[in-house]
Design a protein around this ligand. Structure first.
Ligand SMILES: [Zn+2]
Length: 324
């Protein structure tokens, strides 16, 4: 599948070039002179998806930002305080210093949103899935420590933020989907869909969240596909311009794991039967490793009754890093 990290002008931080030069040996001196130690490469890269839409990978996770009128909307805040600082610096550079007004959390895993406290003092609105709104209000109030806390907007179905010809839609998953409280964002100008963990492009989807519901997840992938995105950005993996193929691959994988887990459970077969079926008999390509297949399959199988119905997981909680 084609990914934009190869075809768009991905701008590595200027220090990356410095690091490359630093390890080039000088002719004739390579044998006598120890290679200089390369400076640390900053753990992020940035690409522009449209006139006012950007994506960056900070650490392992992707974050997006969109200029809307006089402000900036941010999609996820990074896995650490340093990631959040790098993200803020890139936003400042790319938008000419426009303030972050809106923050959208696609989901609450720590890899995606441990950086939230860095954005709380400045943002005016925080968008989360409606099921998280009450918890997050208490969290951001404490984070603000007496200062201005952003207004928490619990998205039940969808919300629109628009100004100056730019329009961004925020959608709430209709069912529990990947994590139980998933949001995804469609930025119209770039036709970019930021989908959190709903599609981790080119990577193996994780089905181990205690609230994961594959059928609802597959339905959400269909909704994303209906928007006909030109660019798909998952919280992990490379950004992809082959949205349809990525969504189809994710959907096929979820269907397969869920079906095999259900058949195994309904037939009263033990876990070992599930593992062998996933990793050998019904293995599909190299999309996921046998170990990941088994981990995903068992996570679903163990939450499933003999009637094939999944037990619901606990209420989603903020990641450790965003707890006050
Ligand atoms: Zn995640």
């Amino acid at each position: 599948m084609r990914r934009i990290s190869a075809v768009l002008s991905v701008r590595l931080h200027s220090l990356v070039a410095g690091a490359f030069l630093a390890v080039l040996p000088l002719a004739g001196l390579a044998d006598q002179t120890p290679a200089p130690k390369a400076p640390a490469v900053p753990p992020f890269e940035v690409a522009k998806l449209g006139p006012r839409t950007w994506v960056g990978r900070f650490g392992t996770s992707n974050c997006g930002w969109v200029e809307i009128g006089g402000g900036v909307l941010v999609i996820d805040t990074g896995a650490s305080k340093q990631d959040a600082a790098n993200l803020q610096a890139e936003i400042k550079t790319s938008t000419g210093g426009k303030p972050v007004k809106w923050v959208v959390l696609t989901h609450l895993h720590s890899h995606a949103n441990t950086g939230l406290p860095s954005f709380v003092p400045a943002a005016t609105a925080l968008y989360v899935h409606a099921s998280l709104a009450a918890n997050m209000e208490a969290v951001v109030t404490r984070m603000a420590a007496g200062g201005n806390a952003p207004k928490v907007v619990g998205v039940k179905q969808s919300a629109v933020i628009s100004d100056g010809g730019q329009s961004v839609e925020v959608f709430a998953s209709k069912g529990p989907a990947s994590t139980g409280a998933d949001l995804w964002v469609f930025a119209s100008e770039a036709r970019a869909a930021f989908v959190g963990d709903l599609a981790v492009t080119g990577r193996c989807p994780s089905m181990v969240d205690a609230s994961c519901d594959p059928p609802a997840w597959m339905a959400e992938l269909q909704r994303i596909g209906n928007k006909k995105p030109s660019v798909l950005v998952g919280s992990l993996g490379d950004t992809s311009t082959a949205a349809d193929a990525e969504l189809a691959a994710t959907r096929a994988y979820l269907e397969r794991v869920f079906r095999i887990a259900k058949e195994t459970r309904q037939n009263g077969f033990p876990e070992v039967r599930l593992s062998s079926k996933l990793s050998t008999v019904e293995k599909v390509g190299e999309y996921c490793s046998p170990k990941a297949d088994t981990t995903n399959g068992l996570a679903i199988y163990r939450r499933m009754g003999n009637d094939g119905i999944l037990k619901s997981g606990p209420d989603p909680q903020p990641p450790a890093g965003v707890k006050p």
